[in-house]
Structures are given as structure tokens and as C-alpha cells.
Design a protein around this ligand. Structure first.
Ligand code: FE
Length: 199
């Protein structure tokens, strides 16, 4: 006996569809607009934008300074702006200072540079624990930091979204901006990973 398609899908997907159907039926949302919105954030907006910002900062000291002074403005110079990115603060990681970003309240995230947040970022366990025991949480996520590296946890809100400027990996001195952007990951820009030259 074959299963019906509905039994194979998670309840949350069914609930989402039901909600969408009701909103469309009542004329509260236009499905074409919603599809376009989803397509934008799936295809056009994502960590590749943030990676370009990071690569520029690594290769252009003046840009790096502007980015740290006024994240939103410097990011907009590269054409990235919009919803959930009205006020972005960029935090620079160094050999002695490590920044990691969370939204303890919900899942605030800098959409124009990182796209939509990953599931773990929205997980109540990450949101609660990274504040109390960041070193342990980072180690569990595969990032073991030396004891002499200070960890700063920044709590995003509807007013301020944070993005981490990771350290440039050694051995990349001769790399082009494009090569550099290709190794910058989403996780490194949230601060739960570092950038490796071999990715
Ligand atoms: Fe939030």
C-alpha cells in the first residue's frame, strides 16, 4: 500500500501550507509576490554577499575601516541593503578577540549579507547556551579557541544586526578578492567558525 503524500511530510510543512492557503484565500498575500520574495532570498541574497564584503575588507584597508565605522554604509557601497539590514554593525575578529553572534530573543539576522538564518541559529539551545558558555558551544560546533582568546557574544535585535569580519587565513597573501570571497563561509560571518584557506 502506498502512503499518501501528506503523511510523508512534516507537520510544520503542512501547517505552513495551510496558513499560506488561508492568507491567499482571504486576499492578505499575493502568491506571486511571496514566490518572488522567497526566490530572492534563496537565489540572490545569501552568504555570498557577506563573503564579498569580507574579501573587500581584507584587500582594501580603507574599506575595512569604513566597514568597522559604519557597517550599513560600507555594505551598501557593494550594493547590499534592504530588509533586516537597516543597521548592521561589523565586529572584527583578531588573534586575541573572537566575536560570535546570537539573537537571544528570536532569530534577528543581517539578511542582506547573510540571507536567511540557518536552523541552528534559531534553536533555543544555541540562543540560550552561547551566552552562558560560548567556549563550550563553539567547541561543540567545531571551533576550539585557545584560553587566551577573549570571546564576545553580541545579541542581535530588531534595531541592530551583527556580522563578523573573520580573520584572513594565512597563506592567502597573493589571492585575488574573488578567491578570498570563495572561502568565506556563513558560519565564519556569524562567528561559529574561522576561515580556512583550504575550503
Ligand atoms: Fe531576533
Amino acid at each position: 500500500m502506498s502512503q499518501s503524500p501528506t503523511t510523508e511530510r512534516p507537520p510544520v510543512a503542512l501547517r505552513t501550507e495551510a496558513l499560506e492557503q488561508i492568507l491567499v484565500e482571504r486576499g492578505l498575500v499575493d502568491p506571486a509576490v511571496m514566490d518572488a520574495y522567497i526566490r530572492t532570498y534563496e537565489q540572490d541574497v545569501g552568504p555570498m554577499n557577506g563573503a564579498k564584503v569580507v574579501a573587500r575588507a581584507w584587500t582594501d584597508p580603507d574599506y575595512r575601516q569604513r566597514l568597522l565605522d559604519d557597517g550599513t554604509g560600507a555594505i551598501a557601497e557593494l550594493g547590499f541593503k534592504g530588509s533586516q539590514g537597516e543597521h548592521i554593525v561589523v565586529l572584527e575578529n583578531t588573534p586575541t578577540e573572537h566575536h560570535v553572534v546570537v539573537c537571544t530573543l528570536c532569530s534577528c539576522y543581517p539578511w542582506p549579507v547573510l540571507g536567511l538564518p540557518p536552523n541552528w541559529y534559531k534553536d533555543p539551545a544555541y540562543r540560550a547556551r552561547v551566552v552562558r558558555e560560548p567556549r563550550a558551544v563553539l567547541a561543540e560546533m567545531g571551533l576550539s579557541l585557545a584560553d587566551d582568546v577573549a570571546i564576545h557574544v553580541s545579541d542581535s535585535s530588531s534595531e541592530v544586526r551583527y556580522m563578523v569580519l573573520p580573520e584572513r587565513p594565512e597563506g592567502t597573501e597573493a589571492w585575488s578578492e574573488e578567491q578570498l570571497a570563495a572561502v568565506v563561509t556563513r558560519d565564519a560571518m556569524v562567528g561559529v567558525a574561522t576561515v580556512s584557506a583550504t575550503q
